[in-house]
Design a protein. Structure first.
Length: 376
């Protein structure tokens, strides 16, 4: 079994979708205590450590590293955020220690999405990272496009074809998937592979036979759906033809709730409206604020609202935008283990809670588009 440790659930979902493309049986878990014993070729561990403190993130990475090492996983990959949000270095160091590895090779960029590292500087569609919306991320604002400065640690930058000497964390410059693939010869038994989806796809091609599997997903074609847009970098659905043609209510979080007032009265109104329509789109259409506590409160409010709506009616489809929001909702619903069934588009997957067939969960990172196949 191959294992991937991701620091948020939508990053884990993106990895799961790649596994499906390779024809693997994929499980996604938000609470790995023991690895699944059967029906699993690829286990994706969604830790949510991006929302932890640095110390908590390292502790959880150590726990999972020890668990996977003891269970005899054939290979472990560390999925990081493509623009280096989170506690990247702390988690890498913890995993290297628990897995007894001397080096880590980090390739976070996704050239397939216009995200590249050139001469140590990060660019998104040829725009310096600190001049993009990621500068205003509420928890990990990109204050610079200098990769080493972003990581706040001593790391070694490599160029395609360059060899890594010594121990520690190495980061590769790469502006194409071909340049990402050029680093694969550096991956030995002493090296932890870490980074984004493009690197994982190249890395996985060396672990398993390259079997291309077409997605069987043909779109959601019903109105029994609950959509939650919890990201500040969203690709909104509230003006889509699907929402308008089915008369799905669109509910923005009231400004007073956004600012800190009790959500109780708002949730009562949501329940009444949801009882009539059995469908709804929840979103937060206010200027983003920075700060962990503020973001955590919004996630908690949205998760509480969704749980309350599930008491009224369980939809056939739950669609969530934003990794931290998705994790909070699924944890509050008590769902921790999922069978991944469909890749809707790159970075967007559809899955079912293990042992449950009445509801499906579709989710994606906030900064990714939904794609054209989500709705039929």
């Amino acid at each position: 079994m191959i294992a991937v440790i991701a620091d948020d659930i939508t990053g884990a979902a993106e990895i799961a979708g790649i596994g499906l493309r390779f024809g693997l049986r994929v499980r996604l878990s938000t609470n790995v205590v023991t690895p699944p014993a059967d029906n699993c070729d690829l286990l994706v561990c969604a830790t949510n450590t991006r929302s932890f403190s640095k110390e908590e993130a390292a502790t959880e990475s150590t726990r999972l590293g020890d668990l996977l090492h003891a269970s005899g996983c054939t290979a472990v990959f560390k999925k990081t955020d493509s623009v280096l949000r989170g506690h990247v270095v702390s988690e890498l160091r913890a995993l290297m220690k628990s897995l007894n590895l001397r080096r880590a090779l980090l390739l976070p960029q996704n050239p397939s999405r216009g995200r590249v590292i050139r001469e140590g500087m990060y660019y998104v569609d040829d725009v310096a990272l600190d001049c993009t919306p990621f500068r205003h991320d509420p928890e990990f604002p990109a204050f610079t496009s200098d990769v080493v400065a972003l990581l706040r640690c001593q790391v070694c930058m490599l160029s395609p074809g360059e060899r890594a000497g010594g121990d520690g964390i190495f980061i590769g410059n790469a502006t194409s998937t071909g340049e990402i693939a050029s680093y694969l010869p550096l991956i030995t038994r002493e090296v932890l592979a870490a980074g984004g989806a493009d690197f994982f796809a190249e890395w996985l091609s060396r672990q398993v036979a390259c079997t291309s599997v077409e997605s069987s997903f043909h779109g959601i074609d019903e109105a029994d759906v609950l959509i939650v847009c919890g990201s500040t970098a969203r690709h909104s659905l509230h003006e889509s033809a699907y929402i308008n043609s089915r008369g799905i209510p669109v509910c923005n979080m009231p400004e007073e709730v956004f600012e800190g007032a009790s959500p109780d009265a708002w949730i009562v109104r949501l329940r009444e409206l949801y009882a009539q329509h059995h469908s709804m789109l929840l979103h937060i259409d206010h200027a983003p604020r920075q700060g962990n506590e503020f973001a955590a409160r919004l996630r908690s409010v949205m998760a509480g609202a969704v749980t309350s709506l599930f008491d009224v009616h369980i939809p056939h489809e739950l669609i969530i935008e934003g990794g931290a929001t998705a994790f909070a909702i699924l944890q509050m619903l008590g769902w921790t283990d999922f069978v991944v069934e469909n890749e809707v588009s790159s970075g967007v997957i559809r899955m079912a809670p293990h042992g449950t067939s009445s509801v499906h969960v579709t989710m994606k990172p906030g900064s990714y588009p939904w794609g054209e196949r989500l709705f039929n």
